[in-house]
Ligand binder design. Sequence first.
Ligand code: NAD
Length: 401
Amino acid sequence: MIQPKNLNRRDFIKETVVAGALATAFHESSGLTASTPASTEGPIIVGRKVKVALIGCGNVSGSYFPTLVASPHIELVSTCDIIPDRAEQAAKKYGASRHFPHIDQLLAGPAFDLLVNLTDIQQHYQINRLALLASRHIWSEKPLGINYAEAKDLLEIAKAKGVQLLGSPTVVASPQFAFMAQTIRDGKLGRVTAAHASYGHTGPSWSSFFYDKNGGSLFDLGVYSITTLTGLLGPAKAVVAMTGIVTPTRNITGKGDVRVVAEDNAMLIMDHGDGVLSHIQSGFNYYTAREHSDTDPGHHTLSVVGTKGAIHLAGYDWGPHGVDLATRETGGRLERKATEAEGYQWQGGAVKMAEFLATGVRPRFTAPHAAHVAEIIAGAHQSQATGQRIAMTSTFAPMVL
Ligand SMILES: NC(=O)c1ccc[n+]([C@@H]2O[C@H](COP(=O)([O-])OP(=O)(O)OC[C@H]3O[C@@H](n4cnc5c(N)ncnc54)[C@H](O)[C@@H]3O)[C@@H](O)[C@H]2O)c1
């Protein structure tokens, strides 16, 4: 369940008034809004902007840079990419004073507080680790690392160094997630028993790492659904999965045909304890009417079922449009709820991290949750390799159930 101890209503109201945000009547009555922080602490960086460096100036950086440079809390200091031209172009376009071709040079360059890591999935751990050891705060794209051992190592280094570590996805910060969590907490679904989520498209064409060892649809796409469903139903106790490769070669821009090594088709079942089960499917061979776009307001991607009702998320959990709720009270009719974004943006995690450093307002996404999700995905791969049900060793403080 959403932990009441995490809600500091006075600080929350102060924050939202400052931000000019309006809470809806539903949220006012419940005390929970999309912008409700997990907690409010003292600021970590005082009296100046948070100095940010960004590594990995590829596809997703085009969504991140505008949010970073628009933030009043951020000064963009440096960019970095192993393709030097990308770092240079990004530095020019977004006003960073320096650009570098390697993490070592970036760390030795002008001082910065927060590293935003948008590199390939397989590079995250080593880059996060080097930057944490250099006492930098980290915002990492998903996953933190490719298994729990790597993610746990990062958590331990961050703690030892006294720096903050957070990572994508940000899905638990959306108002639609808050509504689903609140609906479950209020008992409107009765006893929650099962959930399902599906996320796929025809696969990225711009980089081969998605199809290389330790890439795959679960780390790129299923990771969102796993974060949402563990957020709503609680940590997984065990997982079973089957994965496959449907398309053995892919044509990648600038590279030609590459062999697909990672799964491009995955089915995962999570056991949340007390008989509660959820199922997630992800893949790089899915027809969807609007491809990877989040513009379809009717498309249900995630459902949670209980003994008295069901909720269906309209749109992807990273860009949701609303929640369709059916209960005995609605006579089984679907009613659309939580239709406002309330400032939520999937690419806004690094800005939320900088705000946290500058104001002490901790976002709702946490590193232990991200580490648990990494263990689930590694467990899915282990289950496929061994045919076994894989017990999870990690947990996190759940907001729901
Ligand atoms: N593209 C999207 O829409 C999207 C959305 C959400 C999350 N993500 C995630 O963001 C990450 C990056 O995805 P992308 O689509 O931008 O990939 P991309 O290939 O377009 O960009 C990755 C960039 O990182 C650089 N890079 C790789 N290794 C490096 C290293 N060791 N040091 C410095 N630079 C390095 C590459 O040269 C490249 O420019 C992945 O984790 C992906 O899952 C992507």
